[in-house]
Write a protein that binds this ligand. Structure first.
Ligand SMILES: NC(=O)c1ccc[n+]([C@@H]2O[C@H](COP(=O)([O-])OP(=O)(O)OC[C@H]3O[C@@H](n4cnc5c(N)ncnc54)[C@H](O)[C@@H]3O)[C@@H](O)[C@H]2O)c1
Length: 314
């Protein structure tokens, strides 16, 4: 197996399976490992079904067929087999720092100097993960967004000691597999996506708690309002277009923006009666037993949106 084309995936749950499908879509050889052997087998079967379904529906990514993509995946039983000669290993185990550190300690003992150690973590800073390992200069975060096959953003977050060539190479690989990477210049809690997402969630919480809007209507503000634009333009370009450029936008609106923001409340702890209130309203909209059905609808909608975006270049 060529060193330049081997990717190791550690943890074959939801995110590990998505990464495997993304890497094989670009022709990478993928080696899949999980601490639970049965999980590797389940993931393997699931990926086969998913790839066939995607091909049948005409939405398989990449230039090679489903069968050829599937044949690039190999399940293994030891970490050594994942790490050996890989250009990049993608860690996808549960979001528990001690678990990830323990795994990284093991990887540290067997990894060569040319392998990028990439973590899918949503919340841990790369320096917290890599602080105590010898190969800390090889660790980087590549944070996907669920579902990664349909939502292309990947946040690449280096620590202050990550090798610069590895940052560049990680970005190149993410672009090669058709994702849309952004590279943070330094690590910050929440990276970029969750900082923005949490700012939105904070405000949604307060609007429900203060009885201004119910849950359904708040979600409508995003799905039928801001979100319509944000799928194509970010919030900054949106302002640029909503006036005669950003400077003009600021001249026109900075006072009113600042004045509204004076009414913002401190971040909530997301506890107490409002949790129950929001959960009850959400359960009425989408009962828990229908979550899987609704996720399928979400993925189908995202597929259609990504097709539209692909054919909609300006
Ligand atoms: N699910 C999401 O929406 C999402 C989005 C972005 C990032 N992430 C991040 O991706 C990572 C994985 O999330 P997930 O949702 O796929 O989790 P998951 O629970 O679906 O899968 C984790 C897998 O890791 C395996 N595992 C546990 N310990 C292991 C070990 N020591 N070595 C090898 N395998 C081990 C488990 O058996 C399981 O199959 C987490 O860090 C998570 O924060 C998740």
């Amino acid at each position: 197996m060529s060193e330049k084309r081997k990717i190791g995936i550690i943890g074959s749950g939801l995110i590990g399976q998505s990464w495997a499908m993304l890497f094989t879509s670009a022709g990478y050889n993928v080696v899949l490992y999980d601490v639970e052997q049965a999980q590797v087998k389940a993931a393997y079967n699931n990926i086969k079904i998913e790839l066939e379904k995607l091909e049948k529906n005409g939405i398989l990514r990449g230039k090679i067929g489903a069968k050829e993509q599937f044949n690039l995946i190999k399940g293994v039983t030891t970490l050594e087999e994942v790490v050996k000669d890989a250009i990049l290993i993608q860690e996808c185990i549960p979001e528990i720092i001690t678990l990830k550190q323990e795994l990284l300690n093991h990887i540290d003992k067997i990894v060569g100097p040319q392998t990028i150690i990439s973590s899918s973590t949503s919340t841990f800073l790369p320096s917290d993960l890599s602080g105590k390992i010898q190969h800390r200069n090889q660790l980087i975060v590549a944070h996907p967004v669920n579902p990664p096959y349909f939502v292309p953003l990947v946040e690449i977050v280096p620590s202050e000691w990550t090798e610069s060539w590895m940052i560049k190479k990680t970005r190149e690989i993410m672009e090669e597999i058709g994702q849309s990477p952004v590279v943070l210049t330094r690590e910050v809690p929440g990276f970029a996506l969750n900082r923005i997402q949490y700012a939105i969630l904070n405000e949604c919480w307060h609007l429900v708690k203060d009885g201004i809007l119910n849950v359904k209507d708040i979600d409508t503000v995003m799905s039928e309002g801001l979100g319509m634009r944000y799928a194509f333009l970010g919030p900054l370009e949106t302002t640029h277009l909503n006036a005669e450029g950003f400077e003009n936008y600021v001249q026109r609106y900075s006072n009113s923006m600042y004045s509204v923001c004076q009414h913002f409340k401190p971040p909530p702890k997301f506890e107490g009666a409002t949790v129950k209130e929001i959960a009850e309203q959400l359960n009425a909209m989408t009962p828990l037993e229908n979550l899987q059905k609704r996720r399928m609808w979400r993925d189908q909608s995202l597929t259609k949106l990504s097709q539209l975006k692909r054919n909609n270049n300006y």
